[in-house]
Design a protein around this ligand. Structure first.
Ligand SMILES: O=C(O)CCC(=O)C(=O)O
Ligand SMILES: [Fe+2]
Length: 335
C-alpha cells in the first residue's frame, strides 16, 4: 500500500471513530476485509510453489541416487522425449550429453560396501587355476596381482612407443578410425587425439632430460589394429572358462611422473590390466559411502610382467608411473 493511501485510510479511520463507530464495527466492513485478504495472497502462493519445488527436487534426487523405483535411463528418456529427442536415439553410442566425471560421481547410485569389507591388501598369486580365480577374485571386490599372467606373451619384447606409432601411422585407416570412433583419455596432457601423441618429439616420448612428462590412454576399437595387437598376447590363462574378454582393448602409456587422476568407472565389468613395461603405483579407495566400513586407501605397485585385476566400477583408482621406464599397459574387461 502506498504512503498516500495509508495516510488517507488513517484519516478515514480517525473520522469513523470520531463519528462514534467502534473498532469492531469498522473491522466488519466488507471493503476492509477485501483489502486485508488481497495484501496476503501473493506471498502464500510464492511460498507454496517454493515448497512444492523443493519437495519435488528432493524426491527426484532420491529416485536418481537410488535408481529406484524408476531406473535412471527411464528418467533420462522421459526428459529427452520432453525435449523432443526420440527414445531410440538417446542411448546410441555417441552421447548426446557428455557427462563429466564429477557429474557422474555425484549422481552415481550408492555401492553395497560388502565388496571392500575386510580388504586391506592386494595379494600376489601365481599358477592360479581359473576355478580358484573365479571363486576368489573374478566377481567379488578383492583386487589381485597375477605375477605369471603374461607367460609366453611376445608383447613383453615387442610393445614400445614405436610399435604403436607404426600401427597407427599418420593417414592410416586405423588412426582415422581410432580418432573418430574410439575413446581417448589425454589425462593431464594437452593432446587432443592419438595422432598428436604419436607426433610428439622423440625426446619427449622417451623422456630425455627435462622433457615434459605425458600419460594417455585409448580404447582400440579398430579391428585391424586389434588383430596385430593380439598376435602379441593371449587371453589371460586364469580367466574363468566361460568368461569372455571384451573385443575392445585398452592401452595406457606414458612416462614416469604422470598417471591417471582418481576416478571411478562405469563400464559394468571388472578388468585385467597387463603391465608390459614400466612400473605403476595404483592407489585404491572405496567410495565415500564405505569410508567407515572399509580401508580408506590401499596402494599397490605393479611391476613389468604382472597382471592386475580390479573392479574399477567399485574402487576409486588413480595411477602413477614410477622408476625410469615408460609404462605400457594393455587390458580389457571380462564378464
Ligand atoms: O592405467 C591407468 O593409468 C588407469 C587405468 C584405468 O583407469 C582403468 O583401467 O580403469
Ligand atoms: Fe579407470
Amino acid at each position: 500500500m502506498s504512503e498516500d493511501v495509508k495516510h488517507r485510510f488513517d484519516e478515514l479511520y480517525k473520522k469513523a471513530i470520531a463519528l462514534g463507530l467502534s473498532k469492531e464495527q469498522i473491522s466488519t466492513l466488507h471493503a476492509l476485509k477485501e483489502i486485508r485478504s488481497s495484501k496476503n495472497i501473493v506471498w502464500p502462493i510464492i511460498i507454496y510453489v517454493f515448497r512444492v519445488v523443493i519437495v519435488l527436487t528432493v524426491l527426484l534426487t532420491l529416485v536418481w541416487c537410488l535408481n529406484w523405483p524408476v531406473r535412471n535411463e527411464k528418467m533420462l528418456a522421459v526428459w529427452f522425449s520432453f525435449l523432443g529427442v526420440p527414445e531410440d536415439e538417446i542411448f546410441k553410442e555417441e552421447c548426446i550429453l557428455e557427462s563429466s566425471d564429477t557429474f557422474a560421481d555425484t549422481f552415481r547410485p550408492p555401492i553395497d560396501c560388502e565388496f571392500c569389507r575386510g580388504i586391506s591388501k592386494v595379494p600376489r598369486v601365481s599358477n592360479i587355476v581359473p576355478e580358484e580365480f573365479e571363486e576368489k577374485y573374478a566377481y567379488g571386490g578383492q583386487p589381485v596381482i597375477i605375477v605369471d599372467g603374461m607367460k609366453n606373451w611376445t608383447a613383453l619384447k615387442s610393445f614400445s612407443f614405436k610399435f604403436f606409432k607404426d600401427i597407427y601411422k599418420e593417414d592410416s585407416p586405423a588412426l582415422a578410425n581410432i580418432e573418430s570412433n574410439c575413446q581417448f583419455f589425454p589425462y593431464k596432457t594437452t593432446f587432443k587425439n592419438l595422432g598428436e601423441v604419436f607426433n610428439m618429439s622423440d625426446d619427449r616420448a622417451h623422456m630425455k632430460d627435462g622433457s615434459e612428462p605425458w600419460y594417455i590412454g585409448w580404447s582400440n576399437c579398430d579391428f585391424s589394429a586389434g588383430n596385430i595387437l593380439r598376435q602379441h598376447y593371449d587371453r589371460p590363462y586364469f580367466l574363468p572358462h566361460v568368461s569372455e574378454s571384451s573385443k575392445t582393448d585398452w592401452i595406457f602409456i606414458g612416462s614416469p611422473g604422470y598417471g591417471a587422476h582418481m576416478h571411478i568407472d562405469n563400464v559394468g565389468l571388472s578388468s585385467w590390466q597387463a603391465q608390459v613395461t614400466g612400473t605403476k603405483v595404483w592407489t585404491l579407495e572405496p567410495p565415500p559411502e564405505c569410508y567407515f566400513e572399509c580401508s580408506k586407501q590401499i596402494k599397490v605397485t605393479i611391476k613389468p610382467g604382472e597382471i592386475f585385476v580390479l573392479d574399477t566400477n567399485k574402487w576409486y583408482h588413480s595411477t602413477l608411473v614410477i622408476g625410469n621406464e615408460m609404462s605400457i599397459c594393455i587390458g580389457s574387461e571380462f564378464d
